[in-house]
Write a protein that binds this ligand. Structure first.
Ligand code: PEP
Ligand code: MG
Length: 739
């Protein structure tokens, strides 16, 4: 195959060789065309004049089926198969036995390789295996015959490209592209000595296991909670004997260790493309990650200390990958890359969880990313708004360099504010707390100097786990959070599933309007087993401490009472069994539906506190889905109707002596926070990144001055409220800009 020849002649030689070796009457190669058809490009045994004349639709015939499923197909009597598509020009009538395998490149089916025999027979597993191996080599050694992922014109010419993805972790990173996917040099495809090759493979496998153990060890990971679980599941996968055995088989069959891994990697990738089930996808993704990792070990990538993951030069590097498994991401994360960009990733995927835990600017979900980049390209990753600028021009580089300088300056200012009193210039204290949901998030408590966790989203643990977290898992997480809080208050919000937070087989039935549907407390009350288990976990975790629990999206007094009664029953249940229970228990409700604002009167003596979840509250108030940017951004937080409503709720709570606070993203933006403080709110819980900017605003605020001006502004009928607040802020020297 390595012989010099024109592609066409080479391919004909190849099919002849394969047919001869496999004792097949026919061997053909089909190529996937740009318009997604399968074109016959070489054949031994079919009529030669059918070459470049026979085209099959991508879902047509047996070849189409292989292209679609990316799986081999072996059939005893092809013409009787329901998918068989008869093409008279090929003269294939007399052939019965059929075997076809996909030709895979970068997880994409680029072609199909088939063999056929006159007799009715079923090809054996080892024959299928051999043909798959040949298909792989074919894709590598005759690349021009099979199209790979083409680079875009812009990439070839080095022109700038701006790409929009999703932010997985905020921050800004600038540097040069470093590509993640290992490439196998064609020279290393065949083993000179299978024994030596098997030895290399065994060594690499052993090293792989050790490296995962090291990842799990505290010195490297300091890993806790969900990301740790993810890596543990990954470790199990690495110990799967079927996987290792398949690798050994390849080597015994004459492939190099690299080629054997690569063969499996192609399969995993191709299957990944086809599978819809998120659980299976994640498994296949992790498998591919293992393949990649093993390849690196063989490449002698200094696996002892992870040097291969270190940036190569002093210039900051930005890692670009099609996908990254959780373990790879952790390695990279610890190695000092300035940012990470992933072609494929869901915000709820394992990689996204780890990315947020690591705090490295990360953007995901950019289709075709790899076709735009080359190694060493300059790149800017804006994790704040999910944007990536490839080969930026001088002006953009300068603009971002400024922005980066400002951001780091800003970080310094915020860090300096950390230990300053959280109060206004005229001495009015305001509690600033953080919203959290992962074990790792608790780190923000100390880094920001927040006064506690105003909202702990307990459902995250459920969403991140492969299985339902046991009571013990839950107790462990809650204990960890309480320990990290070290006496600072933590408001645990009970399971808030439903809406966009779905669990397979639990609440994933399709609904017309999920945000208004069977979710939050409604769902929890209907699933008392699950709900009570969580309550037990909360009570057990907080023995000998204070515990604050709040129920999400309460709509009526009745709902609150039912949930509270259940919690109290659980307290008694524990006491009967000799558990002490918390020192003090506070039971609150989240105000996320406007209706609940009018139910407060009825439960004033029963509720210990109320926390307004402005994210949901606003979507219900405005009837504008928070997940649909087209509408959610149309109705602003800082508007007269919202302010009037929040003023009313504040007044009601004050009159009824119900402590009230705000949680939700809005509380973390200085201008919104200023309005909330202006309305009288003194407790705000927000994403960790909001504490610095809001605290800076607060410390520049003279409430005795701002309060009356704001009250006046609210009286006016002019709709431009935001501008009005900005004007007052400017005239009173209140620092609002967070950049
Ligand atoms: C909210 O709705 O404001 C809130 C804090 O809860 P979540 O964002 O988790 O729905
Ligand atoms: Mg909510």
């Amino acid at each position: 195959m390595a012989a010099e020849a024109e592609t066409e002649a080479r391919l004909m030689k190849v099919v002849r060789l394969i047919a001869g070796t496999m004792v097949a009457d026919v061997c053909s190669i089909y190529r996937r065309t740009d318009d997604n058809r399968m074109e016959l490009i070489a054949t031994e045994g079919l009529r030669e004049d059918a070459i470049h004349r026979t085209f099959l639709a991508i879902d047509e015939g047996l070849v189409g089926q292989i292209a679609q499923t990316a799986q081999p197909l072996s059939i005893q009597d092809a013409p009787r198969h329901p998918s068989f598509s008869y093409r008279p020009e090929t003269g294939e009538d007399p052939y019965h036995a059929f075997l076809g395998v996909p030709i895979l490149k970068n997880g994409r089916v680029e072609g199909v390789l088939t063999v056929q025999n006159r007799t009715e027979r079923l090809y054996q597993d080892d024959e299928i295996d051999s043909l798959q191996t040949i298909a792989m080599v074919l894709a590598e050694i005759v690349p021009s015959s099979i199209s790979g992922p083409e680079q875009t014109d812009a990439a070839r010419d080095g022109r700038p490209v701006n790409l929009q993805g999703r932010s997985l972790c905020g921050g800004l990173g600038m540097g040069r592209v470093r590509l993640h996917d290992p490439v196998i040099p064609a020279a290393r495809f065949f083993a000179e000595d299978p024994e030596v090759e098997e030895h290399r493979l065994e060594n690499a496998l052993e090293e792989l296991h050790l490296s995962i153990d090291r990842l799990l060890a505290a010195e490297i990971g300091g890993l806790w909670g969900e990301p740790r679980e993810v890596i543990e599941a990954y470790k199990l996968l690495a110990s799967d004997p079927t996987w290792a055995e398949k690798l050994r088989e390849g080597v015994r069959g004459g492939l190099s260790a690299e080629a054997s891994i690569d063969r499996l990697r192609r399969e995993h990738r191709a299957r990944f493309e086809k599978v819809k089930d998120p659980y299976l996808r994640e498994r296949l993704h992790d498998l591919e990650d293992l393949d990649n990792r093993l390849l690196r070990m063989l490449a002698g990538g200094d696996t002892q200390n992870g040097n291969h993951k270190k940036p190569l030069s002093d210039e900051p590097e930005i890692l670009i990958a099609r996908r990254l498994g959780p373990a790879e991401l952790l390695d990279y994360g610890k190695a000092g890359f300035a940012a990470i960009v992933l072609e494929e990733v869901a915000t709820s995927s394992h990689a996204a969880i780890v990315a947020r835990g690591l705090g490295i600017p990360t953007v995901g979900g950019i289709d075709g990313l790899l076709t735009h980049v080359s190694r060493g390209d300059p790149i800017i990753v804006d994790g704040e708004d999910g944007r990536v600028h490839l080969r930026p021009d001088e002006d953009l580089l300068k603009a971002y360099a400024n922005r980066q300088a400002v951001l780091s300056e800003r970080q310094k200012i915020f860090a300096a504010l950390r230990d300053e009193p959280t109060e206004s210039k005229d001495g009015v204290p305001v509690r600033l707390l953080i919203n959290a949901g992962l074990g790792l998030d608790t780190e923000h408590l100390d880094s920001t100097g927040a006064e506690g966790i105003g909202l702990f989203r307990t459902e995250f643990q459920f969403l991140m786990s492969e299985k339902l977290p046991s009571t013990t898992d839950q107790i462990e997480l809650y204990k960890h959070v309480l320990k990290a809080a070290n006496g600072r208050p933590v408001y645990f919000r009970t399971l808030d599933l439903g809406g966009d937070k779905l669990l397979p087989n639990l609440n994933d039935a399709r609904e017309e309007n999920p945000a208004l549907g069977w979710r939050s407390i409604r769902f929890a009350l209907d699933r008392p087993g699950l709900f009570r288990r969580q309550m037990r976990a909360l009570l057990r975790a907080s023995e000998d401490q204070s515990l604050s629990v709040m129920f999400p999206m309460v709509t009526s007094a009745h709902e609150f009472r039912r949930a509270k009664t259940m919690l109290q029953e659980e307290v008694r249940w524990g006491q009967r069994r000799g558990f002490e229970g918390p020192k003090a228990l506070k039971i609150g409700a989240m105000l996320e539906t406007p209706a609940f604002a009018y139910a407060l009167e009825d439960i004033a003596d029963e509720v210990d506190f109320v926390s307004i979840g402005t994210n949901d509250m606003l979507q219900f108030f405005h009837a504008a889905d928070r997940m649909t940017p087209l509408v959610s951004e149309r109705y602003p937080f800082v508007s007269r109707p919202v302010m009037r409503f929040l003023a009313q709720v504040f007044e009601t709570c004050t009159r009824l002596r119900i402590p009230v606070s705000i949680c939700g993203e809005g509380a973390g933006r200085p201008l919104e926070a200023l309005c909330l403080i202006g309305l009288g709110y003194r407790s705000l819980s927000m994403p960790g990144g909001g504490i610095g900017p809001v605290k800076r605003m607060l410390r520049s605020l003279d409430l005795s001055e701002f309060g009356p001006a704001f009250a006046d502004l609210l009286q006016k009928r002019d709709p431009a409220l935001r501008e009005g607040v900005l004007e007052i802020a400017l005239s009173q020297g209140i620092v609002l800009n967070d950049v």
